[in-house]
Design a protein around this ligand. Structure first.
Ligand code: CDP
Ligand code: MG
Length: 695
């Protein structure tokens, strides 16, 4: 073994003990999970099955029911079916189940359709941003992201078509989940017949119950027909557990990708059969690990046979997703390398070994500097326990933590911080405004965001021309921006392109910016990728480079071969084409005229500036290492090596997002003329940063 493993010393505490449970996990029955079992049998074996009557009774009699149960106990796939069987979808009503993650929405919906023996998109459907697989008339159970449900409120503020809304994975505390919970609490007052189910793997059920317990008088009296109790019911789904033995590294590892790869290889060499689940942080490191493992398996003849290595992250195509869930040939061992999506949102059958890097990608926002970052950051103890639990679903398992026990005990925080408290709130504020919630500071949040973050968001929206001086949505710009299902800065860029005559180009850019990456990510082939990028590179920057790639893709007749040759991700490009179509429809609906500026890239850059002026940066005079300072808060930032402007270092640039590793790096960068900043946002630059821009 490349690492030295030390078994964990923590004693297995009981569930619900303060220290949480490490070794005792509830899971489904003791079935091995292998061999053929009818779907009906599988359903009946799930822990929630025993609680069917209790769940239905509680939902009948309480406005809100909180269901806590370990991952894999059947909450997501079964409860909506129980509700449907009990008649909650009769009379054209719909049962909704929300998820924070898009991939989970798709996977769970297709599983439920399969269990019910119906075609996905009919009785059981799903909706995620840019993809709607539901039928207006026949869909009875609908899975959707919490963000999409929030958007639906813009058309139907009381969500009248739903009889029950199940807010799933509430423990994740995603920003949309929290906003949704706050709004649903309001809706409940107006719709006593609506039922809420809040479900999660490890929720602090009591504080959630306290949040939903209102003493406010509602229409009708409790106990009367159809008027449920306001005090939320709490139900805990117990399941039998299998031990998971924990191992820690003795010395901290310096490269967790490499460490994960060698751990997988040694498990494969030394341990009996059983699939391996590896937790890394994102597409980049997952793709890197998949490549390394595949190479390793090819070089190392002894262990070459028998490994099937599969990635799992949100940008995956449907076909690749299906692979992760499908059985593999007998005698082979599946290795799934995943983001924290496999932590609680998705259950993989047959996993006996977990390798936990101890990290995940998290958003962090500093309202003082107004900088939001996607950071690879340590997970919490709660997450570490969830991850370990994935090894013990079908039989006793092992979890290899790529960090030391001392680190786990002393350094890891007990719980994660709700996303609401570590995010930029621009999107959240505009949505609440669009729903007519004016007093945002007084809104009833499950976790209050910081007032500084709120004020920053209001300020940016005011500068974008989306809010007026009374903090109301402006007409028409504010309403138009709210209508487009994208970050308000991107939406504003699209509006600006209408006046500048480059909406065709800007919509392409918007579509590309809304997916993770259009490049095939490579480790070890960085040089080839860089060379491929040079073929498209535009002096103006990444946004214009994207346009070149898109044109090339169209010219090739959308050819997968062309993509491969150019290190362009074919699946990603197909998605871009799809998103672009949808954005075109939205744009037309709000009165944007589709027009191309042909080769005039200056207007494209101006449109980008109109949306992203707040992300402007200036190259430090005499900087030899490419150091920039942000205009709004004088933070040190650098152009990311993946940008075509890396080492080119134009004097003035605008970035799309920041990532932070050893430094703050700007991703997707375009060069601008500073005078455009004042044109685009006079308030922002003249009032707040009067001396920062040459006139
Ligand atoms: O929501 P919860 O974590 O409680 O469980 P679930 O997602 O409803 O999963 C219940 C069972 O369905 C698990 O044993 C999964 O293995 C199975 N399942 C599956 O086989 N394929 C899916 N796409 C989703 C669930
Ligand atoms: Mg679930």
């Amino acid at each position: 073994m490349a690492q030295f493993w030390k078994p964990g010393t923590e004693r297995p505490p009981l569930l619900d003990d303060d220290e949480g449970s490490i070794l005792l996990y509830s899971a489904s029955s003791s079935s091995s999970g292998y061999g053929y079992v009818s779907i009906e049998k599988q359903r009946q074996r799930l822990p929630v099955f025993k609680y069917r009557t209790a769940i239905l009774y509680l939902v009948e009699t309480h406005a809100t029911t909180i269901v806590v149960g370990e991952t894999g106990s059947g909450k997501t796939t079964q409860i909506p079916q129980f509700l449907k069987e009990a008649g909650w979808a009769d009379g054209g009503r719909v049962i909704a189940c929300t998820q924070p993650r898009r991939l989970a929405v798709q996977a769970v919906a297709s599983r439920v359709a399969e269990e019910m023996g119906v075609k996905l998109g009919e009785e059981v459907g799903y909706t995620i941003r840019f993809e709607d697989l539901t039928d207006r008339d026949s869909t009875r159970i609908k899975f959707l992201t919490d963000g999409v449900l929030l958007r639906e409120m813009m058309e139907d503020p009381l969500l009248t078509k739903y009889s029950v809304i199940m807010v799933d994975e509430a423990h994740e505390r995603s920003i949309s989940t929290d906003v949704l919970l706050g709004l649903l609490k309001k809706i409940q007052r107006r719709r006593p017949e609506l039922r809420l189910i809040i479900s999660s793997a490890t929720i602090e059920a009591k504080s959630m119950a306290a949040f939903f317990h209102t003493s406010k008088k509602r229409r009708g009296l409790e106990g009367e027909d159809c008027v449920p109790k306001t005090e939320p019911a709490i139900l805990s789904v117990e399941g039998r557990g299998f031990n998971v033995q924990i191992f820690y590294v003795e010395e901290p590892v310096s490269d967790y990708i490499q460490a994960a790869v060698s751990t997988v290889m040694s498990i494969h060499d030394q341990e009996p059969m059983g699939d391996i689940l590896v937790f890394l942080t994102g597409q980049d490191d997952i793709d890197a690990a998949v490549r390394l493992l595949t190479e390793e398996a090819q070089n190392n003849l002894k262990s070459s046979s028998g490994l099937v290595v599969l990635p799992l992250y949100s940008g995956l195509s449907r076909a690749d997703q299906d692979l992760v869930f499908s059985p593999i040939p007998r005698g082979k061992r599946k290795v799934v390398i995943s983001t924290n999506i496999a932590e609680t949102s998705l259950t993989l059958e047959g996993v006996s070994y977990v390798v936990d890097s101890g990290f995940s990608k998290q958003r962090f926002y500093n309202p003082i500097s107004d900088i939001e970052n996607l950071v690879v950051a340590p997970i919490s103890k709660a997450s570490a326990r969830q991850r370990a639990g994935r090894a013990g679903r079908v039989r006793p398992g092992k979890c290899y933590r790529l960090y030391s026990e001392e680190y786990f005990v002393k350094e890891m925080s007990a719980e994660g911080i709700p996303e609401m408290q570590r995010s930029n709130l621009v999107s959240c504020v505009i949505q609440l405004k669009a729903l007519g919630i004016d007093n945002i500071l007084g809104f009833d949040w499950p976790a209050s965001p910081s007032p500084e973050a709120m004020i920053r968001a209001l300020e940016v929206l005011y500068s974008l021309g989306v809010l007026d001086e009374d903090a109301k949505l402006t007409s028409p710009a504010g309403f138009q921006v709210a209508e487009i299902p994208l970050d308000p800065m991107i939406s504003k860029m699209i509006l600006a392109s209408n006046q500048l005559g480059c909406s065709e180009e800007i919509i392409t850019i918007a579509a590309i910016l809304s997916i993770q990456s259009i490049w095939i990510s490579v480790r070890g082939q960085q040089k080839d990728l860089d060379e491929a990028k040079l073929r498209f590179a535009a002096a103006e920057g990444d946004h214009v480079t994207f346009l070149n790639v898109y044109k090339g893709f169209l010219r090739s007749g959308k050819s997968p071969k062309w993509c491969n040759k150019n290190f362009v991700n074919y699946q990603a490009m197909r998605k871009v084409v799809e998103i672009r179509e949808q954005l075109k429809r939205t744009a037309k609906r709000i009165g944007i005229v589709l027009k191309s500026c042909e080769s005039d890239m200056q207007v494209v850059r101006k449109a980008v500036t109109a949306g992203f002026f707040a992300n402007a940066c200036n190259l430090e005079a005499f900087s030899h290492n490419g150091m920039y300072k942000t205009i709004r808060s004088s933070q040190e930032v650098y152009i990311h090596p993946s940008s075509v402007l890396f080492r080119v270092n134009p004097k003035w640039v605008i970035y799309n997002s920041l990532v932070s590793t050893d430094r703050q790096y700007m991703r997707n960068v375009i060069s601008i003329d500073p005078s455009w900043l004042i044109e685009a946002a006079p308030h922002f630059y003249q009032h707040h940063h009067p001396n920062s821009i040459p006139h």
